[in-house]
Design a protein around this ligand. Sequence first.
Ligand SMILES: [Fe+2]
Length: 250
Amino acid sequence: MLGKGVFDRRVDNNGIEVWVAQVGPLANINTAFIDRATNTVVIIDPNSAKKWLSALEKENLKPTHVIVTHTHRDHVAGVKKLLKKVPEIELVGHIDSNYPNILSRILFQHQKYTETWSHKEHTIEKWQAGGITLQVTHSPGHAPGHLTFHGHGVYHAGDLLFTARSGRVDLPGGDAETLWRSVSHAREILKSLPQDWWMVPGHNYQWIDGTTPNWVTVAEALAHNQALNSPTLEEFDSLDFLRFDDDLAV
Ligand SMILES: [Fe+2]
């Protein structure tokens, strides 16, 4: 539940707030960027419309933008209802994320974007809404058109990276070498960021000490994440969590 005290919150020097919370039955992590000065609220991968709307309403806020890391159903589960309740929401994702394979409809949910990014893989585009500025990195390999977002003290990795691992590559549209290139690109980005920023994963799976935190610091991720510490494709490709027999972890 997104009740009081459930969010991890931080505020940067410009007054931009970041709220991070675990939402839904599959341990999904959602991040919101909030600029109260311009009433701008950007939510990444909302898993539940109801929980977000009620949490924001308590502070006289409502979502203005939804941005999507990828279109696996657990990452867009709340989008349709959010748009129904707040039709003026801008919905933005990468143009490649609407995976056209008809057999994959059980896994992906087509999004009616109001705006799309179309930059090439492993490149970054700047995006602004109100006082919120995010760097949008095209990071495929787990899913087509996968994006990561960073700014205001947070790197939201989606299913590119979990705290200790990376996303899987054995679902339709996944590819190990492409993911390895995305992880390698992410490593360089993370090295360039302030090391106390939060690295927020797409799911709060197990960290190295057995706990399931909603984020670790960038320094902790660089030191201990197994994917970030697999510098060769061969090493990376042998990691057992890239492929497994489990229908839930998408
Ligand atoms: Fe996924």
